[in-house]
Design a protein around this ligand. Structure first.
Ligand code: PGA
Length: 252
């Protein structure tokens, strides 16, 4: 079973529309011939439509960083899956640890969001990962099991292979601390085994990404690991050159 590597850049709350346009203009010529790697950027909501237009016809997909689980309603400040689909967004990051930590994202909401995204034609990137405390307590696997099982609970088996799961240890995000290759492989392999617990073939097909201080100089080592199919990149995705270098590393 061969899985297409996938590199997604999570910009978080960075870049105005003008800055996003400058980024995509610099990135496209660097990735136009990166056959065999799926590439996506995840800009803030307001830059999504502009990025969809600018990336049209290229190999760069455009993903949102969050969405609400309802189609519409009295949820001030929120954006729904049909709204993202209407502007041709390709997918959505769900359950990022910053959403969980600062904005009360819950596993219960994610249980609705993941299948809702798929229904709307958006590819979900479900983020999971343990805190430093949980790792030290020996609770990493318990935490991952809980988050993966809750997040995938309402996804029909036949759609499981479309879900992307990003393993991002919270202690490695934005800290400059990267998981060791052994820690990253163990956790990503464990995540895959959890999906295989739902359905053997789906678990083999599902793409598992690593995230957390991944940079051009450590990308090749992590991306070569057997259960790591790509990366969700934060800081190093903000510059077109470093992001393109990570895409190149994914070609192997
Ligand atoms: P980082 O962020 O690469 O800056 O550590 C990763 C993420 O939050 O997805």
């Amino acid at each position: 079973m061969s899985r297409t590597p996938f590199i997604a850049g999570n910009w978080k709350m960075n870049k105005t529309i003008a800055e996003a346009e400058a980024f995509i203009a610099a990135l496209l010529p660097q990735v136009y011939d990166t056959e065999g790697v799926d590439v996506a950027i995840c800009p803030p909501y307001l830059a999504l439509a502009a990025m969809v237009d600018s990336a049209r016809g290229s190999r760069v997909g455009v993903y949102a960083q969050n969405m609400h689980e309802a189609d519409s309603g009295a949820f001030t400040g929120e954006v729904s899956a049909p709204m993202l689909a209407e502007i041709d967004v390709n997918g959505v990051v769900l359950g990022h640890s910053e959403r969980r930590q600062y904005f009360n994202e819950t596993d219960k909401a994610l249980q609705q969001k993941v299948p809702k995204a798929l229904d709307a034609g958006l590819l979900p990137i479900l983020c999971v990962g343990e805190t430093e405390e949980e790792r030290e307590r020996g609770d990493t696997e318990r935490k991952l099991r809980h988050q993966v099982q809750e997040g995938l609970d309402k996804v029909p088996i036949e759609r499981l292979p479309e879900v992307v799961i990003a393993y991002e240890p919270v202690w490695a995000i934005g800290t400059g601390l990267t998981a060791t290759p052994e820690q990253a492989q163990d956790a990503c392999g464990f995540v895959r085994a959890l999906v295989q617990g739902f359905d053997k073939e789906a678990g083999t097909a599902v793409r598992v990404l690593y995230g957390g201080s991944l940079k051009p100089d450590n990308a090749a080592e992590l991306l070569a690991l057997p259960d790591i199919d790509g990366a969700l990149v934060g800081g190093a995705s903000l510059q077109a050159d470093s992001f393109a270098a990570i895409v190149e590393a994914a070609r192997g």
